[in-house]
Design a protein around this ligand. Structure first.
Ligand SMILES: [Zn+2]
Length: 211
């Protein structure tokens, strides 16, 4: 049997099981969504946000791109962000990188080509900003530190987006979290948070967690 057919079969089994356990489940799901979280993460297939956090459907809006980057010109991300902040009013936005990120590696070393190369160019700015610290590390630790510094810099960029700033100014409950997922043990490691009270020009580099 073709692999994609297995997906459809698995979906049927999943829906049937849920219907048995909670007969009103899909009726309620169809009414409206009220997610508490927006997740911005890497497209890497191993970092499946709802699975690694055991979140059922309806709890988390998800936006993923190569190397979990934030560009204000990215209308896709801005549309997701606007919906989450202004419409569904999530209380937490989690920006999550991961150990061994290929997108970060390509952007940092300017090795990406084609669309990926263009997309991850922003990672090189992260490297330029923190080159002294990254270059001083042993070779084997540099990529993990770049992953963490990328989370930091993207989180600050996210906090500077006008619609996020507007939410902070009107006193909306909203916290931005920078996390890293460690593929080696499956554990999410919180690096930092930003909220309305954070001075964005004085955000420190996070303590290293992914050695
Ligand atoms: Zn990645």
């Amino acid at each position: 049997m073709n692999d994609y057919k297995l997906l459809l079969l698995a979906n049927k089994a999943w829906a049937e099981q849920l219907r048995e356990e909670r007969p009103d489940y899909f009726t309620r799901q169809a009414e409206a969504q009220q997610p508490n979280f927006l997740w911005i993460g890497c497209s890497d297939s191993r970092v499946a946000p709802d699975q690694i956090t055991n979140s059922p459907p309806g709890v988390m809006s998800i936006h993923r791109n190569v190397a979990n980057l934030v560009y204000e010109e990215d209308r896709n991300l801005m549309a997701v962000l606007e919906t989450a902040v202004e419409r569904t009013r999530v209380r937490h936005i989690i920006l999550c990188g991961h150990y061994g990120c290929g997108g970060v590696a390509q952007g940092w070393k300017r090795e990406g080509t084609g669309a990926v190369g263009e997309w991850v160019a922003g990672v090189h700015d992260v490297y330029t900003e923190h080159a002294e610290e990254v270059d001083a590390l042993p070779e084997g630790q540099r990529l993990n530190r770049m992953v963490e510094l990328n989370v930091r810099d993207q989180l600050v960029r996210l906090a500077r987006v006008p619609l996020v700033q507007a939410a902070f100014e009107r006193g909306q409950e909203l916290t931005l979290h920078g996390w890293v997922y460690d593929l080696r043990d499956g554990i999410l490691k919180p690096l930092m948070t930003i909220d309305a009270g954070t001075r964005l020009d004085a955000v420190e580099r996070p303590e290293p967690v992914l050695v």
